[in-house]
Design a protein around this ligand. Structure first.
Ligand SMILES: CC(C)(COP(=O)(O)OP(=O)(O)OC[C@H]1O[C@@H](n2cnc3c(N)ncnc32)[C@H](O)[C@@H]1OP(=O)(O)O)[C@@H](O)C(=O)NCCC(=O)NCCS
Length: 144
């Protein structure tokens, strides 16, 4: 893994990240458009972490800390680079950021049917909390 570089995205990376998610991520997020990722990047330029191997974008995770809780989003590794520890390395980098910011626990929303992801989250030490369900309300825009 010595050639794997993990660091924050720059503003110039954001378009490529959206293309990457089309190929590598599970489903679509309500914020998956240029305005959405630009807003994230303006608000917290360190939150979107990219993994590169030999300069190629091979993985992403959003490590969002709002001052209260630590949320992980958009963990994705390129299909041609999976099972090489990149997801694990991205989560380790995200957790390092959270700890440096004073975060106490990281969480992620994981689709019930995404069983491959369950194995990856479990391998990184995460586990489900069955007593919660997500309650949502769309704010003005289209519902997804
Ligand atoms: C989930 C995902 C990010 C894992 O990335 P990855 O780089 O392949 O993960 P790692 O190589 O770090 O795997 C770490 C461990 O997780 C488990 N794991 C990961 N993928 C697995 C799979 N397909 N089958 C079984 N176990 C798996 C294994 O225990 C693995 O360790 P091992 O390879 O030594 O056996 C990747 O499969 C992906 O991008 N999936 C599509 C997007 C997605 O579902 N994201 C999660 C949204 S909640």
């Amino acid at each position: 893994m010595s050639d794997l570089q993990i660091g924050p995205a720059s503003a110039a990376d954001l378009g490529a990240v959206l293309d990457f998610w089309q190929a590598a991520a599970e489903g679509t997020s309500i914020s998956d458009d240029l305005a959405g990722v630009e807003r994230l990047h303006e608000r917290d330029p360190q939150a979107l972490l990219l993994a590169r191997r030999d300069g190629e974008l091979v993985g992403t995770v959003i490590a969002g800390f709002d001052g209260w809780r630590c949320h992980l989003y958009r963990l994705a590794v390129h299909p041609g680079h999976r099972r090489q520890g990149i997801g694990t390395a991205l989560l380790a980098a995200a957790e390092e950021r959270f700890v440096a910011l004073g975060g106490r626990r990281a969480d992620a929303m994981v689709l019930v049917r995404n069983e491959r992801a369950h194995l990856a989250w479990e391998a990184a030490g995460y586990g489900p909390q069955d007593q919660w369900k997500r309650w949502v309300k769309p704010l003005g825009g289209p519902t997804r």
